[in-house]
Design a protein around this ligand. Structure first.
Ligand code: OGA
Ligand code: MN
Length: 212
């Protein structure tokens, strides 16, 4: 498991639950060990260099389209990646967060889906919500960044659009961002160098099981 003390990680998760209840978003820097982030970054880089990531599409059904001016990342679902210990460890940590959120906020989160994402230089993702008509089960969005030497000026910030104004989060290695999928509008500003992350969603159980 994580090299970080369990008590430290669980207090971060309690803070995430409080933040989600009060303001709908949370940023944490002390959940993942540097060695876990380095291993995940390496897995992502390896897939990128081997053409194993595919251009992300937007839309739904027959409207599904790759539109790099709107969304420029390349992705691969974790379920579809070769198994690696670091991926299992990541999912285990997120499972503990899911349990904390269910216990504290009664969100009824019952599953987690996540993909690696790589934005090549010059790409971003325009302002959007993660829960939309085609993703009705997404409740909570989770992003973990894998960029070791991110500098101010490298771009690629996650910009949250809030009532009080905007908040920009730098995609530096180990930063975890959690926000409500249905209410927090957000975008990825243009990155000036390769920007890697794991993006995922906690989902609730469908009322109609055929929806899954
Ligand atoms: C997304 C997204 C944010 C980020 O993939 O839906 O908003 O910071 N990603 O990578
Ligand atoms: Mn999003």
């Amino acid at each position: 498991m994580s090299e970080f003390p369990v008590a430290q990680v669980s207090s971060c998760f309690e803070q995430v639950a409080d933040d989600l209840a009060v303001k709908g978003w949370s940023v944490q820097a002390k959940v993942f060990s540097p060695s876990l982030i380095a291993a995940l970054a390496q897995a992502c880089r390896h897939m990128w260099q081997n053409d194993a990531l595919t251009p992300a599409a937007i839309g739904h059904g027959s409207d599904l389209a790759v539109v790099p001016e709107i969304r420029g990342d390349y992705t691969r679902w974790l379920d579809d990646c070769s198994p690696r210990a670091c991926q299992d460890e990541y999912v285990q940590i997120l499972e503990a967060l899911r349990e904390t959120l269910n216990r504290s906020l009664y969100l009824g989160l019952d599953s987690f889906e996540t993909h690696f994402a790589l934005y090549p230089p010059g790409s971003g993702y325009s302002k959007h919500l993660d829960r939309f008509k085609n993703n009705p089960l997404r409740m909570v969005s989770v992003v973990a960044y894998l960029n070791q030497s991110w500098q101010p000026g490298d771009g690629g910030e996650l910009r949250l659009h809030l009532k009080e104004g905007v908040v920009d989060v730098a995609p530096t290695a180990g930063t975890l961002v959690v926000f409500m999928s249905d209410s927090i509008l957000h975008e990825v500003l243009q990155a000036h160098k390769e920007r890697a992350s794991l993006v995922g969603w906690f989902r609730r159980r469908p009322l109609n099981p055929l929806l899954r």
